[in-house]
Design a protein around this ligand. Structure first.
Ligand code: GLA
Length: 728
């Protein structure tokens, strides 16, 4: 609900458990008065104190009042060069060469339903689900207006934000920074939590107390990146899964981003999030508008767990689209870790028969099926079948797979080109690279210039031909290198600062076109595993390959970190062979299943090497997936214990929304002789209900399981447990 008090120019955004308030003051400065646990309302600007602070200057409207400074006021969208020296939200370069951005309130309007963003991912919602507030600000001297967009999803405590920057003058304006969100906190006594790592070690949780100055994470790789996720948190120092106020902020964006927090001189803090200013410069001609990506904010007054569950619910209901929103995803088998590039038709078919016999439902042909690709140095861009490997083509292969009772899926990497390809030979200027500059290669490949319509058109036609000629119900959309030499022949020299962002818009445009032309095709996102695991991609690809690391023990941390913002059912998770190719570790098949079953389940190994005993276990796992999928897809997720280097078991719980059934998963780490007796305290159950646990005839009261805990059996190294709880 949005409460608008026009007289006081006061806007109160009320959600189920939180309040967010904005006020335009007597000078038209848009103040941020409060964000946190729900309050009854009223004008919270009385929380702001004024004092004469040395070296904090005063805007013209303040006259001789030296207590009024943009440098100390909590701002809703900070300017730059006009007296607020903290993190700016907006940086403009005007035609006279000045760099000032100084915004004042013009008006505000409410709309029912959620605003939409053209050509960019955004949460969606009808009048029943969401409301919109649009506040217009203006820098009168620059003739620039800023529309701040707020979407309020009351039931989910979700507040989305975006900004539209409009050049209302008659000379061009250059935009050097346009944040999606700016959030001021009255106290900097906060912890900053980020999700960091690299290829094969994505989204590890890091938590530190805010120190004076700016601390930030971001990406200048052209993708949201393996290294830092565009999701960050701020919380009270004592906050944990169940306690304390915490804030989560996500950017729905798959390119360069920056999330920065500043602990300021008076112990206040500011968070900004948006497109990374590195090499960003966007020219707004008179009358033109620039729209920022959307940011999503969620505050939980009761710890991280509830914040995550609210994000999960909101994403499931208002970000994932189309037929895949609620449908059970097929159990897939992927050829990559089974054969890499080394296969032919007969080998694939043998593999498919084995998979079908075990009950797998979707056969995914990974890399190596096109052009003359036998390693990763050729053929990207030549999206036609390699007839030496597959003489009958994809049409015939997909029919044979369908005849086995499985759907057929295909790997593609449409944003890339190999120099050893017909596409590159025909169009060497279609890559991102300044003329005359030697290439920087990544995995031997170059990046196509997706800012250009004709490049996207060519790729669309090539992909559509594949989709028209074979029965392909799934695409794995991969992207395997970072962007370098970012320069497009299609733009003049003064506009090269737009290329990074235009590239992302190009990817979104093509994804949307492919999706709309093939509404029943499930697209899984991938970027060398989880290099583009963000809410922007989820809008187009409702599941994303979580990591190229399939080691079940490493995956515990990767899936744990990912779960803070993203629902388990969006995480591609596969059982692979041992010893694991990334770590050399051998984890029992049962445990590999326990970990993969908590995501979007599949297998990625040579099934021909399985013993009869292992095959029986695979059949049981497939059955287990069918039994638990709905709970994992629609239920609530509780992180019970974090993955721990000292070997203590990692435990998590899926609970149905009526709290009558739950699924407990536990994986033990390294074990040393003489281990302690351990109990794990469950959460989210109904304390008054009694639950029957798998293999235990005596029911357990909910309050005992939650307050005293469930006594774990002695698990050996890397062993696991998967127990159903059913209310009597
Ligand atoms: C990337 C993906 C893998 C696989 C290979 C194929 O690394 O993350 O899953 O598809 O490419 O080359």
């Amino acid at each position: 609900m949005i409460i608008q008090d026009n007289e006081k120019r006061l806007f109160t955004l009320q959600t189920r458990s939180t309040t967010y308030q904005i006020k335009a003051d007597q000078n038209g400065v848009l103040l941020h008065t409060y964000y946190g646990p729900k309050l009854s309302g009223g004008d919270l600007s009385r929380l702001i104190r004024f004092a004469d602070r040395g070296f904090s200057p005063n805007p013209n409207e303040a006259g001789n009042d030296r207590t009024y400074s943009l440098d100390t006021l909590p701002q809703e969208y900070s300017g730059s060069g006009a007296g607020d020296f903290r993190l700016p939200s907006l940086e403009l370069e005007l035609s006279d060469g000045s760099y000032v951005a100084d915004l004042r309130y013009i008006d505000a309007k409410l709309q029912s339903g959620k605003y939409t963003l053209e050509a960019m991912p955004a949460f969606f919602g009808s009048a029943e689900d969401a409301d919109t507030l649009i506040i217009t600000l203006e820098d009168a001297a620059a003739h620039v207006r800023v529309e701040l967009l707020y979407g309020v999803f009351e039931a989910y405590d979700l507040i989305t934000r975006a900004a539209r920057i409009v050049n209302c003058g008659d000379t061009p304006v250059r935009l050097h920074r346009a944040a999606s969100l700016c959030l001021d906190f009255p106290s900097a006594d906060l912890d900053f939590i980020t999700f960091d790592g690299g290829h094969v070690k994505e989204r590890g949780l890091n938590r530190t107390r805010l120190r004076p100055g700016v601390q930030s994470v971001g990406s200048i790789r052209g993708i949201s990146s393996h290294q830092h996720n565009p999701f960050v948190m701020l919380c009270e120092p004592g906050a944990d899964e169940e306690h304390g106020t915490c804030y989560g902020a996500a950017l729905l964006y798959s390119g360069n981003f920056e999330a920065a927090v500043e602990r300021c001189q008076f112990e206040d803090a500011r968070l900004t999030m948006g497109i990374h200013p590195f090499h960003f410069c966007w020219t707004l001609e008179p009358g033109q508008t620039f729209t920022t990506p959307e940011a999503a904010l969620l505050c939980s007054p009761s710890g991280f767990g509830e914040m995550s569950r609210q994000f999960h619910r909101a994403i499931r209901a208002h970000l994932l689209r189309d037929v895949w929103q609620d449908r059970r995803k097929p159990i897939l088998v992927n050829s990559w870790e089974a054969f890499y590039f080394d296969y032919d038709h007969d080998r694939l078919l043998r593999f498919a028969r084995e998979a079908a016999a075990l009950g797998m439902e979707l056969f995914v042909l990974d890399d190596g099926w096109f052009g003359h690709r036998n390693d990763d140095c050729s053929s990207l861009g030549d999206w036609w079948v390699n007839k030496e490997k597959l003489p009958g083509g994809l049409g015939a292969l997909s029919k044979e797979i369908n005849a086995l009772g499985m759907e057929f899926g295909l790997w593609i990497e449409p944003e890339m080109v190999s120099e050893d390809s017909c596409l590159y030979q025909a169009h060497p200027d279609w890559v991102l690279n300044p003329a005359g500059r030697p290439y920087t290669r990544g995995r031997c490949q170059l990046v196509l210039d997706y800012t250009r319509e004709e490049v996207r058109e060519y790729i669309f036609q090539a992909l559509q031909k594949l989709l028209d000629n074979a029965n392909i119900s799934y695409l794995k959309w991969d992207m395997n290198r970072a962007l370098t030499q970012v320069w497009s022949v299609a733009l003049p020299s003064g506009r090269q600062g737009e290329v990074y962002h235009r590239y992302v818009l190009g990817v979104y445009a093509l994804l949307e076109r492919v999706r709309q032309a093939n509404p029943h095709t499930l697209i899984e996102g991938c970027s060398g595993g989880g290099g583009r695991f963000d809410m922007g991609m989820l809008y187009y690809t409702p599941q994303i390959w979580c990591s190229d690391n399939t080691d079940a023990i490493d995956r515990l941390s990767i899936q744990y970190g990912t779960s803070f913002a993203y629902p388990p059912a969006t995480m591609g998770a596969h059982v692979s062979a041992v010893p694991n190719e990334q770590t050399g570790r051998s984890v029992p098949l049962e445990t590999r299943g326990t970990v993969a079953l908590s995501g979007t389940f599949g297998y990625e190994m040579d099934l021909g090497t399985l013993s009869e005993e292992e095959k029986t276990l695979v059949v049981r796992q497939i059955q287990a997936y069918k039994e638990s999928y709905e709970l994992i897809q629609t239920g609530d997720y509780y992180r019970l214990t974090p993955p721990s280097p000292d070997g203590a078991p990692t435990a998590w719980l899926h609970v149905s929304s009526d709290r009558r059934s739950a699924l407990l998963s536990v994986v033990s780490g390294q074990v040393h002789a003489g281990p302690p007796f351990r109990r794990v305290k469950l959460r989210g159950l109904d304390p008054a209900l009694r639950y029957r646990l798998t293999g235990d005839d005596t029911p357990w009261p909910g309050d005992v399981l939650m307050q005293a805990g469930y006594p774990l059996p002695m698990l050996g190294e890397y062993q696991s447990l998967r127990l159903w709880l059913k209310a009597e």
